[in-house]
Write a protein that binds this ligand. Structure first.
Ligand code: PLP
Ligand code: ZN
Length: 419
């Protein structure tokens, strides 16, 4: 059963009925789902959660929505992997990777879409839509197909091939908009007023955003019902970043963990860093930017939750960092080479920013840290073009292979000998 009670304004705290609404009629503040935490505390326990499915639905009592309307592709409950090799490379004692690349459409967006589409169906919508930087489109297209709903996804026209194909395969109406994500978002806000579609990150955004809390729930459960010292999280709109922190606090609120003392730190690409820039300038008011980075999935120049992300940074004594495109590629390679995890550019951003934070002494070696890797690398192979060691190219003969292999082992000597 669901313990959602109302939509509450994040600014003036006025409450509204649970509906497809996203801003306060009084002050235009964003709305958030409010729950009956006492009832949740009476209903759940560590044991009842452990007995649930190995998906995000194990936290159903902490999520909005009637179970009858679920569209289940098995999102969530992804591995939390101890990363000793990467820890050693960075100079940390205890590092974990929350590997969200293994979701049904290879990004954490399956969490938010699972929750949003269930609510959309409950509200009676037959069409599901989104404004996306790529991963959200993939997830909405997949869940929309499984639900048999009319599906319309809007993306910037120049996205990576993997993100385009990763939507197209589910046969949605795929709309490539001439402009940046911020233009796509503006267009969708307009279309949402005339079409009877649930735009997961616009008119049902309060429910969508709740799905991100499951990343916090899982990390706490997987650490044995406690929170880490430090989290490093990629920031686009800033929603995920704030919701992991909210999730930790809610677990405390319902009596499942001690009060969280986690420092929440955020990662952005230098080519789209409105939140990290405002953090460096010591202000809560970010200035919108025009994105120019290979980290397309987190390239939001005008982040909807930027202000709240900056508040969370302040409240938790976290830091924000940014990484150049070259550093992002190095981050992708470092994670893959040390831990066997192939992340997309957003993951490279997280690892590169984590490295900066350790080097600057912003994360101490003894702080137990969790890095959130939110999307899979096969969607952004363009970023690696020319950046990987070239394969050995050999005829199908043993002697030819041995020759090429030995030449690779001692390339300098071979070149000198052959010259
Ligand atoms: C969408 C996205 C994020 C961050 O999303 P927010 O808008 O900040 O909630 C991070 N990583 C990947 C791979 C994403 O697709
Ligand atoms: Zn309000």
């Amino acid at each position: 059963m669901s313990f959602e009670r109302s939509l509450r304004c994040r600014e003036c705290a006025r409450e509204f009925p649970l509906a497809a609404a996203f801003f306060c009629e009084f002050c235009f503040g964003p709305l958030e789902v409010a729950y009956d935490y006492d009832a949740i505390a009476a209903s759940i326990s560590r044991e009842s959660i452990a007995a649930g499915p190995a998906t995000l639905w194990r936290y159903a009592d902490l999520l909005p929505g009637d179970p009858e309307y679920r569209v289940d592709l098995g999102a969530g409950f992804t591995p939390l992997l101890r990363a000793d090799n990467l820890a050693a490379a960075l100079g940390l004692d205890r590092l974990w990777i929350k590997n969200d690349t293994v979701n049904p459409t290879w990004s954490f967006k399956d969490r938010v879409v699972a929750v949003a589409i269930a609510k959309a169906r409950e509200f009676g919508y037959t069409g599901i839509a989104c404004a996306s930087t790529g991963n959200l489109a993939n997830s909405v297209a997949a869940h929309g197909a499984r639900a048999g709903m009319e599906t319309i996804v809007f993306i910037p026209h120049d996205l990576e091939e993997g993100k385009v194909v990763g939507s197209g395969i589910y046969d949605p109406t795929l709309v490539m908009v001439e402009g940046s994500y911020d233009d796509v978002n503006r267009l969708c806000t307009e279309v949402a007023q005339s079409k009877p579609w649930a735009f997961v990150n616009i008119n049902v955004r309060p429910y969508y955003a709740e799905g991100s809390r499951t990343l916090g729930f899982e990390v706490a459960e997987q650490l044995g019902w406690r929170t880490p010292d430090h989290c490093v999280v990629p920031m686009a709109s800033g929603s995920l970043f704030t919701k992991i922190w909210k999730g930790f606090n809610e677990l405390h609120e319902v009596g499942l963990i001690d009060e969280p003392r986690t420092r929440m730190s955020g990662a952005q690409a230098a080519g789209c860093s409105p939140i990290a820039t405002a953090f460096e300038e010591g202000t809560l008011n970010f200035r919108p930017q025009k994105p120019d980075t290979i980290a397309r999935s987190i390239a939001i120049g005008n982040p909807a939750d930027g202000y709240y992300a900056l508040k969370t940074l302040e409240e938790t004594n976290g830091v924000a960092a940014m990484a150049t495109d070259a550093e992002i590629v190095e981050g992708m390679k470092l994670l893959a080479e040390t831990e066997g995890i192939f992340a997309e550019t957003a993951g490279g951003t997280t690892i590169a920013c984590l490295k900066h934070m350790v080097e600057r002494g912003q994360i101490a070696p003894g702080e137990e840290t969790v890095a959130f890797i939110t999307g899979g690398g096969l969607k952004t192979t363009e970023a690696l073009q020319g950046g990987l060691a070239s394969p050995l190219h050999v005829p199908a003969r043993g002697d030819a292979f041995i020759e090429a292999y030995e030449a690779r082992l001692a390339p300098a000597a071979t070149t000198a000998g052959g010259a």
